[in-house]
Design a binder for this molecule. Sequence first.
Ligand SMILES: CSCC[C@H](NC(C)=O)C(=O)O
Ligand SMILES: [Zn+2]
Ligand SMILES: [Zn+2]
Length: 428
Amino acid sequence: ESESSESESSESDIISRFQQYLKIKTNHPSPNYKQSSEFLISEANSLSLHSQTIELVPGKPLVLLKWVGTSPDLPAIMLYSHTDVVPAEHDKWDHPPFEAHLDSDGRIYARGSQDMKCVAMQYLEAVRKLKQWGFQPKRSIYLAFAPDEEIGGHDGAEKFSLSRVFQDLNVAIVLDEGLPSPDANYRAFYAEKSPWWLVIKAVGIPGHGAKLYDNSAMENLLKSIESIQRYRASQFDSIKAGLKAIGDVVSINTVFLKAGTPSPTGFVMNLQPSEAEAGFDIRVPPTVDTESLERRISEEWAPTWRNMSFTFKQKMYGRDASGKPAITKTDSSNPWWALLENAVQEAGGKLGKPEIFPASTDARYFRNLGFPAIGFSPIANTPDLLHDHNEFLHKDEYLKGIKIYESIIKAYASYDEHEIDERFKDEL
Ligand SMILES: CSCC[C@H](NC(C)=O)C(=O)O
Ligand SMILES: [Zn+2]
Ligand SMILES: [Zn+2]
């Protein structure tokens, strides 16, 4: 058999395994975790990896695989991914979201092709290649496939990170998802923003729609919205001016408005309602002064003197146990960052500037416990279509990503700080 046909057949095997995983309907609201677990365990068996299924919450399995290192006492590497995906509006896609259609250009269309079934399968394919070459990891490598990231990770990463099982793994570094890059440089994330899902409510004087008076619920709510829009513009302007990156500013978007008196034909048009509500998705970078933002909310956006109140549907802080921002270092105090950068380079890629992830990932649960965690998806030259229609990944980009992980896993699993210390001792 010629070499080219051999590599061709293995390439199509690699793509078809990816398609198989993409076809499993792990979309919310009722992800098929049974099927994804079975698939992952059968992949693990074909790779002779130890596997276990951890069900911290019934019906929500986490599949944990292990490749035992030759120095199993060294802290381990964790390659993390979530198995669930967000729903898809089938009729708005050019190709059905759970058929993993490979088009004539080489694009694979599927929900999860970028977020993040690609990463899960790239980890496994990289392990397969490394095993074929006879590579032996010094550190043990864990692959974790977790449920529920898309709905907050409370029954997945959060419970897992606090579990005895995880604590006993002695993990040195966690790799989790990042974002696609539209240009040739890969993106890598050392921290993430915290979600504050704010609901503000105004009450006010009801009355005739033809009357002009102060202190209606609508007027009170709209004053807040004006103030919020000004704040939003100030944050957005510093991005537009090139002064800040998306990860460095507070983002705030209105996600619902709820007011008016319903009628069979729509809304009553000549009645000023007595209540009005609005919801906002706010994302707060870890170094922002949260007290001043909280003051802004209680004094400007929902002040009691304007008959307003507020609640949070979700409010998290990106802090570790000591109250410090939960940030993974990117300087020389964290060898994993430089190792990643070099490994990507050795595989022919390049990392852009370290960034703060603009939304939430499961990595936060590990960072909050003090573990270094890096958000990274090896997807370059690709539009960011996370949670969008027609999410796709080009097969060549997918295959390149496997090479990137081969390089990263090799570097990470071989890294031994004591060995390096010894070498420096000889040089002295
Ligand atoms: C806050 S839990 C929901 C998690 C989701 N993550 C991503 C990456 O979209 C988000 O940021 O909205
Ligand atoms: Zn994701
Ligand atoms: Zn997502």
